[in-house]
Design a protein around this ligand. Sequence first.
Ligand code: NAI
Length: 256
Amino acid sequence: ARTIAVSGSASGIGESLAGMLRDAGETVIGIDRRDADVCADLGVPDGRASAVAETLEKAGGRLDAVVACAGVSDFTIMPVKVNFFGVVGLLDGLRPALAKAGAPRAAVVGSISGTHPVDDGTVRACLDLDEPAAIAAATKVEESGAGGRLYPSSKSALAQWMRRVCATPEWAGAGIPLNAIAPGVVRTPMTVPLFEDEGMFEIMKEAVPMPLNGFAGPEVIAAALRWLISPVNTHMTGQVIYVDGGAEATLRGADV
Ligand code: NAI
């Protein structure tokens, strides 16, 4: 069996993936704020450090794959802390343990929202890996009433970070493919409020048009993540793969 760390394992996409992997006989180390093998707050540096240390301990210092699913989608600075710095901190911390495996793999969850309007200053500070500056920039955005840009900013920055590091000696040179699945709208506890509010529902349908089979279940995204981290994936890296019912193709058209 392979040993696979999955963040966000207590709910939604991460929970679905962890279940699939366990059913297939893999050893899963779930990481989440609660109801997980490793309970930690990935939104703060201390929490990331303890998540990394406990995961390494449980894994015996060697990991076959890491999938970062934990995320939040409100209009505050939290997406910057969790979706960007939480993911990067976890992956950077666990990378040495991946490098010891025979067929190591890593994957993250981006979003179609990463193609929506962002706050450039927040994205820049994220890519500089300067968390205090990113939080300061994001706090200004939140206070100005444009907090809706922070979730897209976190996901855009994550995709750009991945593009920057994937081909370096630390990742490609160590034999570790690193890719992202970017979902459209997925039916999970995260999106329940969107489905319940008629106004939000209409905005969402326009922002994320899904002509192919409509809204997805979490198992659809989990299955795609599972392929990315399977031993079969020897050569795909640095890719953002939209599993979004045609949203990205509708929004960007031929502009690839
Ligand atoms: P969810 O809300 O069902 O699950 C997210 C999990 O992350 C929860 O178990 C939560 O406790 C955990 N988490 C949140 N903040 C944390 C923190 N500070 N420390 C540790 N764990 C934390 O959400 P869902 O839908 O499964 O989302 C998973 C990923 O997919 C997220 O990165 C999200 O941004 C992304 N995504 C979701 C979409 C959707 O429509 N549901 C669409 C596009 C992307």
